[in-house]
Design a protein around this ligand. Sequence first.
Ligand code: UDX
Length: 416
Amino acid sequence: MNKIAVIGAGHVGLVTAACLAKLGNKVVCVDNDRKKIIDLVKDGVQKKRLAFSFSIEKSTRISRIIFICVGTPSKPDGEADLSAIEAVTAEVAKAMNGYKLLVEKSTVPVMTGEWMKRTINLIRKKNADFDVAANPEFLKEGSAISDFMKPERIVIGTESERAKKILEEIYQPIKAPIIFTDVKSAELIKHASNSFLAVKISYINAISQICEKVGADVESIAKGMGYDSRIGKAFLSPGVGYGGSCFPKDVAAFIHLAKEVGYDFSLLKAVQKINQEQISLIFKKIKKYLWTLKNKKIGILGLSFKPDTDDIREAPSLKIMERLLSEEAILSVYDPKAMEETKKIFPRRTIYCKNPYQVCKGAELLLVLTEWEEFKKLDLKRVKKLLGKPHLIDGRNIYEPEKMKKLGFVYEGVGR
Ligand code: UDX
């Protein structure tokens, strides 16, 4: 049985630890946040293969394979902050009592593996042999376990035959093509993949802007493009732009990294710019109907960066709320899951409602910012009756423009 330590019990680390245990390995998951561990211990004890710890030293000693899943947040200039990776690597190196395979799972810029090797070589005892491998995760929030267990591909980057064999064996129960490559290429695959998806989103958002100028329908265009299997249907939904804990951070980090190595990644800079413009466009639409915003009630449906999560990190809703509040609008908002988190950021001039209909009461304009299923099924006649003025701006194109006009709304989606 493989003995594995997973360092970092965040979103990625927990899923990785639990799934590796399910695959038949003995796993210890390490985090310095004791509360998070205590909550999970109860569950972990039942499954005898999963244990939790807050000691990197002890976990390293009892494990042969160490997955590093700690955070790599953005610095103000976009560069990834790798201090947690460095600290963990150094602690593991200090505790090494024999061969260890260190596996990077966090999203890291290319060359991180090289730095890890250097760090370990400076610290380790001479008899402590080691390898470093990159095995990037491609987990989406809300479907992380199935993304792990049924991935479309597994990427393993390492120069060592021994490391390659160990990881191949770990993933052997999963049926998916494995791409073996060197550490640097594996690191780049992750950044290149996430940034490409961001390119797709900004591309369709750019098309949506042209559509608005000429009176075409971006949704039909996305459909017409998506049937071409070389393009594909996924990630062609226009709207208020991408948010979340990955895309904004990864695109910024990739631009920064490219600059460091002497390449101006102008394509990705444009992707960022378009993503920001989508927010300004929504704002312009609001102003078009309401002129000034002071003391006007504006309703917002959807706060999370995407449906089925309470995560508001880099959510478009936050930027829009901030701008509306800076012009002294009064907001009434609702989200099935993300209210508590949002309340912490915007405690004032915002009414946190019990349901979507309460949001609408007397609002001069209603904004849809996340495509929750619940919002698609609203009683729109009731919504219309409740609104003070029938303005509806649909930032995710969840309603049909013709139907909305028939119902008497002054309706605008994005790019149609
Ligand atoms: C993403 C990647 O999909 C995943 O592979 C990686 O490991 C982590 O980052 P996640 O951030 O959970 O996952 O969500 P995702 O579903 O990819 O959506 C990201 C953002 O893009 C959301 O704000 C979403 O609303 C937006 N988006 C997505 C669009 O605006 N249009 C689309 O067509 C698709």
